[in-house]
Every structure is written in C-alpha cells, then in structure tokens.
Ligand binder design. Structure first.
Ligand SMILES: NC(=O)c1ccc[n+]([C@@H]2O[C@H](COP(=O)([O-])OP(=O)(O)OC[C@H]3O[C@@H](n4cnc5c(N)ncnc54)[C@H](O)[C@@H]3O)[C@@H](O)[C@H]2O)c1
Length: 443
C-alpha cells in the first residue's frame, strides 16, 4: 500500500478497520497498515529505535558507512541500501523517514522529507542555525494536519514532565517568574583534528561532511561508542552546536513544557573566549520571554560546562544533579530532573495555602510510549505529537540565538515574527550557515 493510499485509508479508518483503495477491509494494525520507512543513519543512536521500527516496514536504509548495512539488513531484511540521503528520499512508496544522522544534516533531510510529503521523526537538535530552525518550522506549518513530526527528545514522555507542569499551573510556586536549565558536561577540544589516514573502504567521508566545508578525515571523529559517537563531533561548529544542542535540547524541552515557551524578545550570553572551530564549553545565556495567556513575562536561562544557576539552598548540589531545571515563582522553587522533582516553598508567606493541586482525574493525559505518539499521528495526522517541529524549532531557535549573542557579546533585541535582530546588524549574518555547492537546505 503506498503512502497516499495509506493516508486516505487512515482518514477513512472506522472502528479499528481501514478501507483500502481496493475496497478490502483490513484490521487497523495489520501488516498492510505498517508504514514504509526510510531509516537515515542506521547505526549509533538508530540502534535504540530498531525495536519499534521492526513493527513497521523499514524499506530503505541509508548510511555513509557501508560497514553498518550488514547488521541493519539482519533487522530489516530486503530493505534497499543507499549512501546518499538525497537518493534515499526518492525511494518509491515511502511514507516516513527516521533521521539519526549527525546534526548538520537534520534540517536538510527534514525539509526534503516534508517537501516530499513524508512523516518525519528526527533526532535532536532539529537545526544548528536560526535560519534552519525557521525554514523547517515554516515547511512543517504548511503540512501540519496532513503529516506527523517528532523530534527525538524521548524523555518528554516521562510522567514527571506533566506533573511539573501541573504544579506550576496549580500554583505550587505562586506566579512563575523565571526558569533555568543547566548541564554539566565538559568535553573540551582545541580545534578540528589534523588529517590522519584515509577513510576505510565504504566510509564516504565527503557525504558525511555533506553541506559543511571540506575538512580532513580523522578516525577520532568515529571513535565513540554507539549512541555516544555524537560526543566526538557535535562540539565543532561545522557539525553541531555543542551542549546547547545536545543536552540543551533535552533540558530546554523540560523547561519549555513547563513555561509554554515561544520565542524570546531579548537575548544575552557570556562564556569562555570564542574559538572559531569549537563551540564553547562554558556558557550561560538569558532570554526574555513575553507574557502568555496564563503567566506574566518571564526570564529563561541556560547554563553549561561549569556555569550553574544561583542556588536557592546551599544543601542542594546542582552539579550532582548533572542536568536539571529550576522553576522560580513568587512563592518558591521547583528543582527537577527527568524523573524527580523537589518543591521548595520560599518566603514568609509561603504556606502553600495558595496551592490547589488537581485531583488525579484532572491530571494531564499521559503521552504513552514516545515513538508510538508519533506513529499514531502518522496513521491519523489530525492527532498531535508532544515534540512536533513547531514546538522544538522554537526552543532550539532560542538556544541558537544564545550562541549568536555569545558571539557578538551584545544584548540582542529579536523580532521573532521576522527572524531579525533589530539592534545589532552584525548579528544577522550569524543567524545562518554557508553551505557547500550542491547542497540545498530546502530542496
Ligand atoms: N535522543 C537521544 O537521547 C539521543 C542520544 C544519542 C544521540 N542522539 C542524536 O542522534 C544523532 C546521531 O548520534 P550518534 O551518536 O548516533 O552519531 P554517529 O556519529 O554514530 O552517527 C549515527 C549514524 O549516522 C551515520 N551517518 C553519518 N552521516 C550520515 C549521512 N550524511 N547520511 C546517512 N547516515 C549518516 C553514521 O555512519 C552512523 O551510522 C545525533 O543527532 C544525536 O544528537 C540522540
């Protein structure tokens, strides 16, 4: 069954049955309702997705390292293999793509997939420049309701995210004033590695570089373990944005969910001395956010690499928490990580009489299994996903603006409607990356 037939059939689905174009009725979860998926980047992080992908039809496998195909083909026998994702996306009959490549390809593949009417699951971060984030969002908004998207911030399905949101909405800390996320990873590199040997046969270094400038091959870029190899390349400006895009995507997701963030109006950031090859380890960034329909204006902040937020209680060790978020309100603090939360009432009036925790029946609905959340929306795109490309593109656009403010050293005023820094012209060229000839961002 091709994708269009699938979409029509899912739109017509009633009481667990789909009417196929041929008029045959089949059970909604039967083999013929499996999505035809292209998996782009088949090893590393992708291995964590094999379990649920095996329940679908992975018909195309794409990787720049042919050595990974043997293992992938044992999981997905009969799939066609590709080394260039641009060709893979032309595979006939695709419904969806799952993107597990390095970060500098994410926005490219996402745009190309959306432009071909494919559902997209993309590992975080969705973009590594402000322009990339905005173009993917624009493409997604044009397809919303017809396609499904999800960014791989899978911790969002932890019940703790909903419980924290409810505590804030129900007044546990009074009126929300600010929120801060932090991460304590410190992976320091001085610059790109020098040329060292030739890529092994079957490793297509030029396709790995993709839209980014030509750089010499060095096997160190491939020396990390499965799912951790990103820590060997994501701090280099050409291929990632360091911890802002890595753990920043996860922690800012927890924060964003709690504050219902959109785009900041003002940004300032400080950190270690600028290195044109490597993103900063030590950094802090602060963003002013406008009021929304349930709270006043707030400040959102991010700290990494040794910078930590001001600690309201010395007996709490932010460094031990590792990666965390703190919400501050007029009556106290919530300090949390993926699965734990701590409420600290603060001030002489903090007697919690103002806190009206909701009953179990009124709790926010559970997300369920994170990947299923996307699969359900692929089968019925009128359903939303918890981390769609609108939600995540806003939060990553903010983080990327933090890097621009860091580079300029100025407090930037931002017109989010038009994607323009209004008070410092030198910042605007830094909102985009330059690509190698032959690589089209929105193809
Ligand atoms: N959601 C999470 O918790 C989580 C955890 C780890 C990694 N990630 C993300 O997953 C992505 C991959 O990270 P990783 O550590 O697996 O990296 P990796 O370097 O191991 O690369 C993953 C796979 O992509 C392949 N690849 C590289 N360039 C490609 C290209 N142009 N086309 C097709 N395949 C290509 C590699 O050969 C490899 O098989 C990153 O974006 C990272 O941020 C997410």
């Amino acid at each position: 069954m091709n994708r269009r037939g699938f979409l029509n059939a899912s739109a017509m689905a009633t009481a667990g049955f789909s009417i196929l174009p041929s008029g045959i009725l089949r059970a909604a979860n039967g083999p013929n309702n499996r999505l035809n998926i292209a998996l782009i980047g088949v090893s590393g992080r992708a291995l964590a997705h094999y379990g649920w992908l095996k329940e679908q039809s992975v018909v195309a496998l794409c990787d720049i390292n042919e050595a990974f195909f043997e293992h992938a083909l044992t999981a997905f026998p009969g799939a066609k293999t590709y080394t260039d994702w641009r060709q893979c996306l032309e595979h006939k009959g695709l419904d969806a793509v799952v993107i597990c490549t390095p970060d500098h390809h994410h926005a490219f593949i996402s745009n190309w997939a959306l432009n071909r009417d494919l559902h997209v699951y993309c590992e975080k971060p969705l973009a590594i420049s402000v322009e990339e984030a905005r173009i993917v969002r624009q493409n997604w908004l044009g397809k919303k309701g017809k396609l499904a998207t999800q960014v791989g911030t899978q911790m969002h399905a932890q019940p703790n995210y909903a419980r924290i949101k409810e505590m804030i909405l129900d007044g546990a800390i009074g009126g929300l004033e600010s929120a801060v996320g932090w991460g304590n990873r410190k992976i320091r590199r001085d610059g790109y590695f020098p040329a060292a040997g030739k890529p092994p046969a079957g490793l297509h270094w030029d396709l790995w570089l993709g839209p980014s400038p030509v750089r010499p091959y060095n096997p160190r870029y491939f020396s990390g373990g499965p799912g951790a190899n990103c820590l060997e390349w994501n701090m280099f400006w050409d291929w990632g944005v360091g911890q802002i895009g890595d753990m920043g995507s996860h922690m800012m997701d927890m924060l964003w969910n709690g504050v219902d963030g959109t785009l900041p109006t003002s940004i300032r950031a400080t950190g270690e001395a600028y290195n044109p090859e490597v993103t900063p380890v030590l950094l802090e960034a602060h963003f002013e956010h406008p009021a929304n329909d349930w709270r006043g204006p707030i400040r959102v902040s991010w700290h990494q690499g040794g910078s930590l937020p001001r600690n309201p209680r010395p007996f709490i060790d932010f460094d031990q928490i590792g990666h965390g978020v703190m919400f501050q309100g007029t009556q106290g603090f919530i300090i949390c990580d993926y699965t734990r939360r701590l409420l600290i009432p603060d001030g002489k009036d903090a007697d919690l009489s103002y806190y009206k925790p909701r009953s179990a029946e009124r709790q926010l609905p559970p997300i369920g299994q994170f990947h299923q959340n996307w699969l359900d929306a692929c089968k019925d795109p009128s359903k939303s996903t918890c981390c769609d490309f609108e939600y995540h593109s806003h939060l990553i656009e903010q983080m990327l603006l933090g890097l621009v403010a860091y580079r300029t050293g100025e407090t930037l005023e931002y017109d989010g409607a038009n994607g323009v820094v209004t008070n410092h012209a030198e910042a605007n060229p830094l909102l985009k990356r330059h690509y190698r000839e032959g690589w089209v961002l929105n193809g």
